[in-house]
Design a protein around this ligand. Sequence first.
Ligand SMILES: *[C@@H]1O[C@H](CO)[C@@H](O)[C@H](O)[C@H]1NC(C)=O
Ligand SMILES: *[C@@H]1O[C@H](CO)[C@@H](O)[C@H](O)[C@H]1NC(C)=O
Ligand SMILES: *[C@@H]1O[C@H](CO)[C@@H](O)[C@H](O)[C@H]1NC(C)=O
Ligand SMILES: *[C@@H]1O[C@H](CO)[C@@H](O)[C@H](O)[C@H]1NC(C)=O
Ligand SMILES: *[C@@H]1O[C@H](CO)[C@@H](O)[C@H](O)[C@H]1NC(C)=O
Length: 450
Amino acid sequence: MVKLLWCLLLMSILVSTPMVMGHGEEGEEMGYKGEDVFLLQRSKQLMKTDVGEFRVVKGFGGRVAGIQNSIHIGFINMEPKTLFIPQYIDSSLIIFVCRGEVKVGTIYKDALEEKKLKTGDIYSILAGSTFYMLNTGRGQRLQVICSIDTSESLELDVFQSFFIGGGMNPPSVLAGFDRNTLKTAFNVSGSELDEILTSQRGGPIVSIADEHEPRMWASLLQLKQRDSLQQLYDIEEEENTWVWRKLMNSMLGKKTDRDKKKTDRKTDSYNIYNRKPDFKNDYGWSVAIEENDYSPLKQSGIGVYLVNLTAGSILAPHINPTATEYGIILRGSGSIQVVYPNGSLAMNAKVDEGDVFWVPRYFPFCQIASRSGPMEFFGFATSARKNWPQFLVGARSILRTMKGPELAMAFGVSEKRFSNFTDKQREAIILPSAPMSPLLRNLSLSPEDH
Ligand SMILES: *[C@@H]1O[C@H](CO)[C@@H](O)[C@H](O)[C@H]1NC(C)=O
Ligand SMILES: *[C@@H]1O[C@H](CO)[C@@H](O)[C@H](O)[C@H]1NC(C)=O
Ligand SMILES: *[C@@H]1O[C@H](CO)[C@@H](O)[C@H](O)[C@H]1NC(C)=O
Ligand SMILES: *[C@@H]1O[C@H](CO)[C@@H](O)[C@H](O)[C@H]1NC(C)=O
Ligand SMILES: *[C@@H]1O[C@H](CO)[C@@H](O)[C@H](O)[C@H]1NC(C)=O
């Protein structure tokens, strides 16, 4: 209780008088006062909209000061009936609900977890994990204090947000990919794509549009918790037989190939081509070797992977939440797109046999095989643990896992419109190429392409 009072006091000092929003006192900073060297008095406003703000007090230490484990302290303030749109951050957060009520949705591994938190609750959000916050308090402001652990950060800024939802402001990281790639990956028309990527203009903290109330409010308040059986059915519906079989095997205690390898391992080498793919469909396959498959990887902290895409196929736009990835094109050719945190294209490069690429942790990217033949690439990840890549497009993407009024609101479209959009792509992870017009097909078979 003492802590709570202290926290309220702190909030009232930091959040200069009543929270009047909309008057751009951008980047307002307070200087260091006299000799109070252990007071962190400088706060920086990182995000601000008409209905909320995210302010940070930078922690002392880090590499320069030679102090390990420096953290920043974040202060999130949100007006009633507002949403902090889905994003992931290059730092882990421990949030503390100082005042009000909040529904937090996070992606943990491949599932959505939704929690209703009240004053005094503490909750952890991992670096690279997509999350949103919804102020659910009736007519009440939400005040959240969080620690921002910078030990896993890209060190580009205090921290780096990657917005999943968005539009004109802020842009979604999706917007950084090539438009034709996105049309193909989502299996939608250009106009459908433009609608989704340009509707939101309200900034990172948005309020529920009046016309959508109160029906939308009611659905926002609900938790989308589904029992595990329902999840199994859903998976079956999506015809992801691979996952289905794996889940069934684990439920029945049956050993998978991977488990067998674990127990039968007698040699000290491991053949990647002898491993059954972790994922396979008509458009390609992939395998990842982790420390549980081959224990020497535990010491080195390096993971290994191999991907084979059929001609024209796309390894759907995705992010690695826990590792930086290096890759070498073994066979074929294609292209690689990498997107900056701010949702602009960082690279769209053609790659050929022998080329080496790298993709920083957290950066969205995709690989596309050229239409002239399959592309096989091999590589390393800077983590030997299961990486849980997060897909942005396709049947097993964040957009599908988090589907609901929050995500639709984050893109500034109705829920119906949004699910109509995300449901068009039936495949997961490795996606088929766009059908070619006969003229193009003839062109791509011409000798110059080889
Ligand atoms: C990759 O797929 C192609 C067919 O798309 C196949 O010819 C090739 O053998 C595969 N590579 C490996 C290593 O299995
Ligand atoms: C996005 O970030 C990159 C790298 O920091 C920068 O070069 C680029 O200008 C930024 N684009 C926009 C639109 O802010
Ligand atoms: C879904 O998308 C199709 C276009 O592919 C459109 O004809 C239809 O009206 C859309 N439905 C809704 C509810 O938006
Ligand atoms: C793309 O959408 C069409 C219908 O709009 C559907 O028939 C087709 O199966 C979809 N393709 C994929 C790969 O999901
Ligand atoms: C494509 O090539 C085939 C023969 O390979 C030819 O019959 C057909 O007319 C061509 N189509 C176009 C649109 O050029």
